[in-house]
Design a binder for this molecule. Structure first.
Ligand code: FPP
Length: 228
């Protein structure tokens, strides 16, 4: 969800205003994706590296999450959204941890769409925390395979993402779901996150529909003998 800061600056407003609008854009996007049949949506809300931002911005983002939970949780719960949080919860405040737990518990039986919020998350952290679980369990090296790791990573409750969308014009993955996006289709949009709406969602999904996914194999045409 990149571009909140620039969106605000263009309006001569503080960065926090952009993040605030970013929450509203997220609530709209969840609904729009769900209406189009998307069953899992994972958003990058706060990365392991975002602690490097000025302390006012970090504090602002933390309190914004609390405000967002109290403003939107009831609506999301009644709209059929199941909320899951992925990331390292040890470094966040008790208040925030409790808000996450409340959001997860209140929405656990919903089935319309699963919204996974990556908060204090990093793709490298995720691989390391899964390996730590293996070590703590004393796993035999022969038992440690891709399947075992995938089942112990933060997004183990969801299939690998089909589509990765980054807004804000940057063309990087920035330590998001490094393991899980091995075969995801990538879509980069210049749109700044607070402006990300129905038309942008349509553009991303229709670009995805035109992709030829091979997962390292051949597509149907290439597999045919020449001349057929
Ligand atoms: C990146 O834009 C955005 C973030 C680091 C924060 C995104 C967080 C939210 C939208 C709020 C999430 C809240 C909940 C409840 C999940 P940027 O600041 O890097 O923008 P810039 O590239 O224009 O500076």
């Amino acid at each position: 969800m990149d571009g909140n800061g620039r969106w605000a600056r263009r309006r001569f407003m503080p960065r926090f205003f952009g993040h605030k609008q970013g929450v509203d854009a997220l609530v709209r996007a969840v609904d729009a994706f769900a209406d189009r049949g998307v069953q899992y949506l994972t958003v990058f809300a706060f990365s392991s590296e975002n602690w490097k931002r000025p302390s006012e911005e970090v504090t602002g983002l933390m309190s914004l999450v609390l405000v967002a939970v109290s403003k939107y949780l009831t609506k999301m719960a009644s709209d059929g959204v199941r909320i899951r949080i992925i990331g390292d919860r040890t470094a966040v405040s008790d208040k925030l941890r409790k808000a996450w737990e409340q959001a997860e518990t209140m929405t656990q039986h919903n089935t319309r769409i699963t919204l996974a919020v990556a908060f204090n998350y990093g793709g490298r952290w995720d691989v390391v925390q899964a390996c730590r679980q293996a070590l703590a369990l004393g796993l035999d090296p022969q038992q440690l395979d891709e399947n075992w790791l995938a089942q112990h990573m933060a997004l183990s409750f969801a299939p690998d993402p089909d589509l990765f969308i980054r807004t804000g014009g940057e063309m990087r993955i920035s330590n998001f779901l490094l393991w899980q996006t091995a075969y995801s289709e990538l879509f980069f949009s210049d749109c700044l996150w607070p402006d990300f709406g129905e038309a942008d969602i349509e553009a991303a999904l229709s670009a995805y529909a035109r992709r030829d996914r091979r997962f390292g194999g051949l597509n149907a045409d290439a597999a045919k003998p020449e001349g057929h």
